[in-house]
Each structure stands twice: as C-alpha cells, then as structure tokens.
Write a protein that binds this ligand. Structure first.
Ligand code: SAH
Ligand code: SF4
Ligand code: F3S
Length: 442
C-alpha cells in the first residue's frame, strides 16, 4: 500500500471566485508534488493564505492570521502568502511578518513547486512577483475542484480598466485571455467527469478576446453551453462597457445559458461614474439594462455598488437609489468605499466619514431588501428547475438554486430522495428577500 505523503499543507482562501478557483489549482499542484492537504494550521508543515486586497478589511485578515500563528514558526512550519496582497505588498510582507518565507502573486503559481524546493533547501525568503505586463496565466491539468457537480473555468485574467478606486489592475496584471479551444476542451473534460454546471470567470469576463480569433465572448458562451452533458453555464463578472447585445441574444437562444447577468453599476450618478473612471455613463448602463429586460427570457440582474466614493454628495447617492428603482435588481453587493494603495482615487479629497458611509450602505440595503422581496414574490406558484445544492437538516429542507441564481429551499416526499447535484422541479410557495421556499413537483 502506498504510504501517505509526509508533507502536509493548509490553505485558507479569501476574496473572489477567481481566488477560490486559483486555490483549487494550487491544491492540485501541491498534491501532485506529494503534499497532503490538512484541515488545521497545527497539523500542517506548510501554511498558505490566498489573499484579497480589494478593501482594507480583506487585506487586514491575512495579517491577523499571520499574527495569530506566529509562534508556530518555532515548530519549523513554513508560512506563505499568495494572491492579491502578495502581489501588491511584495517583499514588504517579510518586514511586517518576518515568519513568512514565501510571497507569490497569482501569475507566478506555475513556479510554486520550484519555489517550495528552494525553501526546502534552506532559502528563507522566496518571492514570485510578476510585473503588470506579464503574459503568464496559470493553467494546470491537476485542478482539484472542490465540488463534483459545478466548477469554474477562468477564461480571462487581469484587468485593463483602471477604475479609480480599484487594486485589481495592479494585483492581477493586464487582461489576457485563453484560447476558446482550450476553454472548450476543459469544459468537455469537466463534462466527461460528470460536471453539469460551469461558471466562466474573469475580472471582466466579457472583455474576453480569443487570442486565436476564433470565437467572440458570446460565441464562446454558446459553445460551452452546448457541450454535451453541460446543463448550466454562468459567467461573472461582466463589465458594462463591454456588454454587447449579442450576450442577451445568446441567452435567449441557448437554454442552458443561465438567465442571470451580474452587471456592476457602482454608482447611479453620471459625475461619480466619471470620477470613478468607469468608462460608461448612467445612460449607457441603463441602455444595457433595457436590452436585458427586453429579452424573451426573464433574466435576473444583480450588481455591485460602492457608497461613499470621495466627493459623493447626498444628491448623487440619491441618484443611485433612484437607479435601483428603475432596474429593480434581484441582488446587490453593497460596499463602503475603501481607499486602496496605488489607486488614483487616493488623490481625491472630500473624504466621507465612515459613519456616513455606514448610513448610506444601510439605506441602500434596506431599499434593496424591499425590492428583492417584490422581485422574489413574482416567482410565487412558478415551477422552477433547480440544481440540488445541499440539505438543511435542522429545517428538513433541501437547498436548490434556480437558473436565475436564486436560492429555492424545498421540501420533498420522504421517498423522493433528491440527489446532490441533481436537477428537479420545484413549485415556489413562499418568498423572502433572500430566498424562496417551495415543494418538489413529482
Ligand atoms: N471587475 C469587476 C469587479 C471586481 S471587484 C467590475 O468591474 O465590476 C468586486 C467589487 O468590489 C467591485 O465591483 C466593487 O463594487 C468593489 N470594490 C472594488 N474596489 C473597491 C474599493 N476600493 N472600495 C470598496 N469597494 C470596492
Ligand atoms: Fe477593478 Fe474596475 Fe477592473 Fe473591475 S473593472 S476589476 S472594478 S479596475
Ligand atoms: Fe480580491 Fe484579488 Fe479577487 S483583490 S476580489 S482576490 S482579484
């Protein structure tokens, strides 16, 4: 019997889906190198944090973790920082947390095995930091996806948009896409392994440009959705400037493309959008919303909003609230503006106090709660197809997700026994702001 690998690692992931998926690739790579994943810091020889620096709070998390476990360094454990904080802070991390031996940004993960060998050979500080212009992407056949039914595929890395508030263009490098053929071959492999849902990822997924010039983004969406065995395709995040009508047409003509679009608006004010350097106006944004609403399918729309951007007046914030009434979003991620290193917005004066940002966020969220309840009410008595995602034992309910990306909890007859990852039909019988409740249809 082969003995268990002796080297162990622990990996904690912060941040967006891109980071979650990168971690799946890192885990696969480490396992291939003979490491075994463990569930606690204490049991690990190698402790890795895949970090996020989108807001200050996210960035602080890794430094808290490193401080918490500092004393374990004496036991010979190796600490590594991966991801966006690693790329942003670089070698400064060694000063702030001297027990860290490895600092590696996302474009350098292909070098992780070599870097770990250097550490094993006694090198105390190893870095993998690329400049913004790197063409490197990290693709591996060893990706260890954590869910056997739905999985991510990164189709475009990086960001060229440089919104005034955002670190991503600095932490993730320039925009670079994979060929559509390689995306399709990964999708087919996933289908062969039994995956039925694929989520295509990119900081701006719809800025995708096939380096081989073979397929547009919407053609790639349709092609992935038509891979035999694939029943659902999602894509996130779409940038409004690059959002074409062809995406709506693809959703209308390919049923397995989910009827949900995440289209971050950030602000409803023309002036604030300009100051944010978002590259579209309120009117252009609403034009895209109108295309989505004119679709034959009922496409759900979600968004991201930043409140308290420097100089945002009460009247400009009210324009965001008014835009919410026009669009009637199915979901909003609201954030308080957080000043970030290297970003142009740091130069702006007219700082809004945290208490005021907190107030605006609460107003936004309360308004959205009401809108969402109304949006969810529309589904009452509807029969929706859900993918079964889990079981809530306390409530004796199954957790399902609709194509529109809504959570639909449901009960089923005892002998029905829904399977995780299976698809079935549920009639919605009650609605709440954040979910629907229903009964399985037999
Ligand atoms: N590329 C995507 C967003 C990626 S970041 C897009 O352009 O839409 C996810 C969200 O974090 C952003 O949509 C924005 O709402 C929020 N965000 C980014 N930087 C921020 C900052 N400095 N302060 C607060 N929220 C921020
Ligand atoms: Fe950040 Fe803007 Fe790029 Fe989105 S488009 S990742 S918000 S810079
Ligand atoms: Fe955070 Fe980096 Fe994603 S900053 S949101 S982990 S791209």
């Amino acid at each position: 019997m082969p003995s268990e690998p002796s080297k162990t690692f622990y990996l904690e992931t912060f941040g967006c889906q891109m980071n979650v998926h990168d971690s799946e690739k890192v885990i696969g790579t480490l396992k291939q190198q003979g490491y075994r994943q463990v569930e606690t810091v204490e049991a690990a020889d190698l402790i890795l944090y895949n970090t996020c620096s989108i807001r200050d709070k996210a960035e602080q998390k890794v430094f808290h973790r490193l401080a918490d476990y500092k004393k374990l360094r004496a036991q010979g454990k190796t600490f590594g920082v991966l991801g966006c904080v690693a790329q942003q802070e670089g070698e400064k991390i060694f000063e702030r947390a001297p027990h860290v031996s490895l600092v590696c940004g996302s474009a350098s993960y292909r070098n992780l095995p070599a870097m770990l060998i250097q550490i094993g050979a006694g090198k105390s500080r190893v870095t993998g930091l690329d400049d913004r212009e790197t063409d490197e992407c990290f693709e591996t056949e060893f990706t260890a996806r954590s869910n056997p039914h739905r999985g991510y595929i990164t189709i475009i890395e990086g960001c060229d948009k440089f919104c005034a508030y955002c670190v991503v263009p600095f932490t993730r490098g320039k925009e670079r896409s994979r060929t559509s053929d390689s995306v399709l071959s990964e999708a087919r492999q996933m289908a062969d392994l039994g995956y039925t849902e694929i989520q295509l990822l990119g900081q701006n997924v719809n800025s995708y440009k096939d380096p081989a010039g073979k397929r547009s983004f919407s053609e790639l969406l349709a092609a992935v959705a038509e891979v035999p065995g694939i029943r659902r395709v999602r894509f996130t995040t779409s940038h409004p400037r690059d959002f074409g009508r062809d995406i709506v047409e693809a959703i209308d003509s390919v049923p397995s493309l989910c009827n949900h679009v995440h289209l971050p608006v950030q602000s409803g004010s023309r002036r604030v959008l300009e100051a944010m350097q978002r590259l579209y106006t309120r009117e252009q944004y609403l034009e895209r919303i109108a295309w989505i609403k004119a679709a034959k399918r009922d496409i759900s729309i979600t968004t991201d909003v930043i409140v308290g951007f420097p100089g945002e007046t009460e009247a400009e914030f009210a324009e965001t609230l008014a835009l919410m009434d026009v669009v009637e979003y199915d979901g909003i991620f609201g954030f308080k503006y957080s000043p970030r290193p290297n970003t142009p917005a740091l130069q702006l004066e007219d700082i809004i106090p945290d208490s005021e940002k907190t107030r605006r966020l609460a107003v936004l969220q309360e308004k959205q709660r009401q809108i969402q309840k109304r949006r969810n009410d529309r589904h009452l008595n509807e029969i929706c197809e859900v993918m079964v995602e889990g079981r809530n034992e306390t409530r004796k309910q199954w957790v399902g997700r609709t194509s529109q990306n809504k959570v639909l909890n449901f009960s089923a007859a005892q002998d029905a026994n829904p399977e995780l990852g299976g698809y079935l039909f549920v009639r919605a019988t009650a609605s709440f702001p954040n979910s629907l409740l229903g009964e399985m249809v037999v």
